[in-house]
Structures are given as C-alpha cells and as structure tokens.
Design a protein around this ligand. Structure first.
Ligand code: ADP
Ligand code: MG
Length: 565
C-alpha cells in the first residue's frame, strides 16, 4: 500500500517560495546552479561519511551528478549519487526552513517590503529556486546505506502543500525532476543546459554528466531507438583551488565564489595561495561586495561559507575554526594536506596545525583588504561601508593586528564629507595641527548629535579636526584603541584642553573673575557634580558637561544602563 501523505509547508517556506519565484524572474537560470550545488554537497557529505563507513559506497562507488532532459515530457532531471535523504530529512530540509538565518531574514521583511533579487541572493535561494521555472517538482531520494524500500517520493507545485509517499529506489542518492512551466521550453535544450553547466558549475569537483547528443538521424535505415543514453562529462570537474592561479580567469573565480553559496553578487576581491613546507595548504579567500543578510542581523550562529577540505575531501564548514569572528564575512576554501581525515570539530579547536592555517588566513585577508584600499578605492569604499563596523570588532578581538586594522577603518570627521565615513586615521594624523599631540574624537548616538556637539566649539575655533563617532560599536572599540601611530586617541569631553601660554593666562583671569558665580553654581548643584570650572572649551554655548579623565563617556554609560548593567 502506498500511503500518500499531504502536508502543508511551514508558513515561512510559503513566504520564501513566493519571494523567490517573484524576484528571480530575470535570473531564472540559476535554478540549475542551485540544484547542482545541492547535488555536489550531497556527494561531499557521502564521501566524508564513507571515510568512517566505507560500506556506504557499496554498489556504486562513483560519485557523480547527471543532468538530462526530456522534450516530450517537458522535464529536466538532476540526479546525484550522494548521501540522499531519509523521510525525516526530507521533511526537515525541504518542507521547512532549516536555516535560522533565513528565518530571521523573513522576520525583518515587513509585509509590504519587497525583496528584490539582490536581497534574495544574499541568503541563497537554494532548492526553492526550482519553482522559478517549474510548476511541479518531484524529488526521489534514498539515503546511502539504507534499503531500497526506504526511498521517499516528495512532490509539490510550490504553492502551499507537498505530498510524501514511500518509494522503492534501486540506487542511493537524490533525483530532482522539474516539470517546466509553460513558456520555459528554452531549457529543454542540450546546448543551453551544457552552456549553463559550464558557466555556473564548471569547477564542481564531481563529474556532471549529460547525455551525448545523438547525431542527426541518417535516412532512418537503422532505427536504433537506443534507450540508455551515452553519458559524457560536461564540466571540468577539477577543484578550482587546486589549479594554478595563472590558469584561472576572473570569471571562473567569480563563478566559484557564487557556487560557495549565500551570495549571487560578484565578490569584491579574492586571494588564492598555496603554502608549501613542513605543512602544506591552499587557501582561496573572498571578500564579498555586499553584506549577507545574517551579518546585517548580527547573526552569530550562521557562519557558513568557509569550507575546510583535506586533500580535496570536504570536511566541514569551519569558518569559526579558521577565522576570528570579526572576519566572518570572508568566504572561501581552505584545503590542508596534513590534517587527519577523521578530524572532529572538537579536535580542530585545539589543533596546532590549524592554528597556523588560521594565522595565515587572517594575514591573507588583511593583506587583501589593504591591497583593495591601495589599488581600488571605489571597491574599497563600498566594502568598508558594508563591513567597516564588523572590522571594528577586530580592534577589540585581535590585539596583535590592532594597528593594521585601525589603518583600514574610515570615520566621519569635522573635516570629512558630512556623514560619510571616509577619513582614515592616517589622513587625520597627516593633517594634524602644529603642536597637536592627540587624535580627538567625540562619540554620540547619531551623526547629527556628534557633529552638533558643543564640545566641538573650542576645537573648531583652534582648527583642530575631530573624528565623529556615532556607530554603536564605537565606544567599545575606542575603549581598546588607545593610540594610533604613537598618538593617543582622546575624547573631546575628557580632561583638559591643550592651551598655549596666552590662553592659560586668559583662562586664569576668567576663572578669577567668575569665582563668585562658580561658588554659587556649586552650591546649587551640590552632590550632582564633581566640579564646576571656567572652561576654554566653549565659544558660543554658555555651559557644557565635561568628563574627568577616566570617566565613562555619557553615551557608553547610557548604553550600559540600557543593557541593565
Ligand atoms: P542549502 O543548500 O543552503 O542548505 P537548499 O535550499 O539548497 O539550502 O537545500 C536545503 C537542504 O535540503 C540542504 O541543506 C540539504 O540538507 C537538502 N538537500 C537538498 N538537495 C539535496 C540533495 N540533492 N541531496 C541531499 N540533500 C539535499
Ligand atoms: Mg543549496
């Protein structure tokens, strides 16, 4: 008895399906990349599990992905001999939204807000992109190592429901059949499909096979209705990062970047290196040009995109083990020669070899950002706009690279371009006034509050530039960035202003003249202030609050109060 069960998609899935099918209309063809990428992931997973349980590969040791089409039935089929899915896995992985990041993304989308293709691209459309071209999708899957009768058939029209039924499948792995929508016949074409495979999936490390096209039939004398197609490999099937740099085009690098998932915009830059020696490894690291949504959300648990391979065998997503948190925007691949294949996450956390690789990755990424700042100011500006605040965390997290990171940051300033954060600490230091011995900054809740602070009057009057800090993270960062290029960083509200001799005399006179007034104010304010002084800080405003040298800035004090500290 075949019990067909009908289930509803999770509400979020329905929402994603709607967004995806409506936003990707001009990027339809990426469905093929997404499905091949899933097939490739499934082969990676099986190859990894087979290290511990070789029996999983029995019957068919070859891992490959087959893409075929049927003009009469109007279907495209993508089949892999990968890990496959159990019934529970099908429900969990394609009936609901497994990624908490996608969930958060959806929560932030108001009901009226439209997600454009770019936004969608930032969270990786994945399996559901099938419904951009298909009005019915059938998935047949059986987990490696399980009996043929444990197979599952999943089917949906991508509206609100899907059906599940048991299926007997002779082979392990997953078959996805797309029943094309009216008007999508352009994809029922070997040339077209082959071109798409080459464009998007050339570097997939498993053979992607397609039926060899039959030569035009000769006069029908020998009607060989040969059912079993002859397969030929359509992609390069070599892992891109193992090839020499000189042989890889920019386009190939970009396509590989997109295949890593979670972004379909171009990367801003990349760095590809092979380290030979007592410990050999290859790194291919990318800087995105747009923040992925989970980074914008401050997501800590979604750290995908840096894959660890050992001798070309995919081991795991290991961004956390390979990079510090403040470089979490980096995507790419690390392939090590000398790590044991059976590493676990726990082992990785205390592995000396991995420590070295991690150090090399950090260095490569900082080199790469520096190079961008030197050679491609526009791309760099966009990059810093997207990731500058993330990078600031490095000032706190990575004391060893503090100066290097500080050099890369950009700020708003009283001599900058309004709100835009374009001034580097080097710019600032380079135009410091004669005798100026500190880098001055002010912090506030927002740019306008910072730029309008009465504390700035005296600095303006003296022609001293002040950095305007108004991002949430700035106070925290500044607590750790005490100096740059040998110059201390100082809050404008803290301690004494630098005065010359003439100013000191005027100041003393003014203080004397105002003594009775000061006494009166002190008496009135009592315990509420520590001191009342005649100030050189102000030119227009009658009074301002100042802080003692080691007091917390008001903005930080308020943040801490809000956090209940
Ligand atoms: P992602 O690949 O980013 O996880 P997808 O929407 O592309 O998101 O796929 C969702 C999940 O469905 C995958 O994580 C995987 O668990 C499962 N899946 C999809 N395709 C396959 C496949 N061909 N073989 C095995 N599992 C698959
Ligand atoms: Mg996917």
């Amino acid at each position: 008895a075949t019990a067909t069960e009908t289930r509803k998609f999770e509400a979020e899935v329905a929402q994603v399906l709607h967004l995806v099918t409506h936003s990707l209309y001009s990027h339809k063809e990426i469905f093929l990349r997404e499905l091949i990428s899933n097939a490739s992931d499934a082969c990676d997973k099986l190859r990894f599990e087979a290290i511990a349980s070789p029996g999983l590969l029995s019957g068919d040791a070859e891992l490959h992905i087959d893409v075929s089409w049927d003009t009469a039935a109007r279907t495209i089929t993508i089949r892999d001999t990968g890990i496959g899915m159990s019934r529970d896995e099908v429900v969990a992985n394609i009936g609901s939204i497994a990624s908490s990041g996608t969930r958060r993304f959806l929560e932030t989308l108001g009901s009226e807000q439209k997600a454009d293709a770019r936004l969608i691209g930032q969270f990786g459309v994945g399996f559901y992109s099938a419904f951009v071209v298909a009005d019915r999708v059938t998935v047949l899957t059986r987990r490696a190592g399980e009996a043929p009768e444990t197979g599952v058939k999943w089917e949906s029209d991508g509206r609100g429901e899907y059906t599940l039924e048991p299926a007997t499948l002779d082979q392990r792995g997953t078959t996805v059949v797309l029943h094309l929508k009216e008007g999508e016949d352009e994809f029922l074409d070997g040339w077209k499909l082959r071109a798409l495979v080459r464009k998007y999936s050339d570097h997939v490390a498993f053979p992607i096979r397609m039926p060899r096209e039959a030569p035009a039939q000769e006069d029908g004398d020998e009607a060989e209705a040969d059912a079993a197609p002859e397969w030929e490999t359509a992609n390069d099937a070599s892992a891109l990062w193992t090839r020499p740099r000189s042989e890889i085009s920019d386009e190939e690098y970009q396509n590989f970047y997109k295949s890593l998932g979670h972004d379909f915009n171009d990367a801003a830059a990349w760095s590809h290196n092979r380290v030979e020696g007592s410990q050999s490894f290859t790194t291919l690291l990318y800087l995105p040009s747009q923040p992925p949504f989970d980074l914008m959300m401050g997501g800590r648990d979604e750290r995908k995109g840096l894959k660890l391979y050992i001798k070309r065998v995919f081991i795991m997503d290991a961004a956390e083990e390979l990079l510090p948190h403040y470089l979490r925007f980096v995507r790419g691949v690390v392939d090590a020669d000398d790590l044991p294949l059976n590493v676990s996450r726990e082992l990785l956390q205390h592995n000396r070899q991995l420590e070295r690789i991690r150090g090399a990755c950090v260095k490569r990424v900082l080199d790469l950002i520096e190079k961008l700042s030197r050679d491609e100011p526009e791309t760099f500006a966009a990059f810093i706009k997207a990731f500058g605040n993330t990078l600031k965390e490095g000032i706190v997290e990575d004391a060893g690279n503090r100066e290097r990171i500080a050099k890369l940051l950009r700020f708003a300033s009283t001599r900058g371009e309004g709100e835009a954060q374009t001034v580097s600490l080097d710019d600032y230091v380079g135009r410091m006034a004669e005798g100026q011995d500190a880098i001055w900054y002010v912090t506030a809740d927002g740019y306008r509050a910072a730029a309008g602070s009465p504390q700035l009057e005296a600095f303006r009057a003296r022609g001293i530039e002040v950095l305007l800090m108004s991002d949430r993270i700035d106070e925290w960062m500044l607590g750790h960035l005490r100096e740059y290029a040998g110059k201390p960083l100082r809050h404008v509200a803290k301690g004494e202003l630098p005065l010359d001799e003439a100013e000191k005399a005027t100041q003393a006179e003014a203080a004397q003249a105002a003594a009775p007034l000061i006494e009166r104010i002190k008496a009135l304010l009592g315990e509420r202030v520590e001191d009342v002084r005649v100030s050189a800080r102000l030119t227009d405003s009658p009074a301002c609050l100042a802080l003692a040298e080691y007091e917390m800035a008001p903005h930080l004090a308020r943040l801490l109060r809000e956090a209940g500290q």
